[in-house]
Write a protein that binds this ligand. Structure first.
Ligand code: ATP
Length: 206
């Protein structure tokens, strides 16, 4: 395949809460790789995508939005907190909307060997099936806990409550094509550079 028609690979990056996904993505961005931050886009789409807004209102009622059109976050949080059925139904609306948006975004990219899609629930939502490669960022639980407590000013209990809702780290490691160890003992830049080189080589042979 000639360079001009080269396929742009779709690469996903995931990891548990506080593992360092965003931090690692910043290194890829410094190498010129565009990153789609799925959680950020999901929040935008929940107020800007008419079909999704209509779906959320149908699911949770008009109180899901404030008068100015902003999402009524405390109301939604109450609806999904400890209610797995509501959370599943909300995800069922949001995940396809984000997948569609990410796909549009990916196809709008030019002159890059691959794009990165950052998502905390990459495997849980099945997004990985639409990707060519997946990177898992790994950090020990205790370190993730300390980092999130420091970053979000929340309690250990709150962080642990979020952790138990995510797929165990061992599973994410098994499913990954590449792993970045963000444990303070390995160089992030070195690891990202090596993965970048491997992805460049892969993008040339597809
Ligand atoms: P979340 O899933 O909550 O969005 P995340 O996986 O994107 O988190 P980051 O936000 O990148 O994780 O990192 C969590 C916190 O830990 C941040 O405050 C970040 O600055 C810090 N951090 C991440 N990696 C390192 C590191 N190698 N050394 C020091 N601090 C780090």
């Amino acid at each position: 395949m000639s360079k001009n028609t080269r396929t742009i690979l779709k690469v996903g990056i995931t990891g548990g809460i506080g593992s360092g996904k965003t931090t690692v993505c910043k290194v890829f961005e410094a190498l010129g790789i565009p990153v789609y931050y799925a959680d950020w886009h999901a929040r935008q789409l929940m107020v800007n995508a008419p079909r999704l807004v209509a779906g959320v209102k149908e699911l949770f009622g008009p109180d899901a939005y404030l008068e100015d059109g902003a999402l009524n976050r405390p109301y939604i949080a109450e609806k999904v907190f400890n209610n797995d059925k509501n959370l599943r139904q909300l995800n069922h609306l949001v995940h396809p909307a984000v997948a569609e948006d990410a796909d549009r975004w990916h196809h709008a990219q030019e002159n890059v060997p691959y794009t990165l899609k950052e998502a905390a629930l990459l495997f849980e939502s099945g997004i990985n099936k639409q990707l060519d490669k997946v990177i898992t960022v790994f950090a020990p639980e205790e370190l993730r806990l300390q980092r999130v407590i420091a970053r979000d000013k929340v309690s250990a209990k709150e962080v642990r409550a979020r952790m138990v809702k995510q797929m165990p780290e061992a599973e994410k490691l098994k499913l990954a094509d590449f792993v970045v160890y963000n444990d303070g003992a390995h160089s992030l830049v070195r690891q990202v550079w090596d993965i970048h080189q491997a992805l460049l080589a892969t993008s040339e042979i597809v």
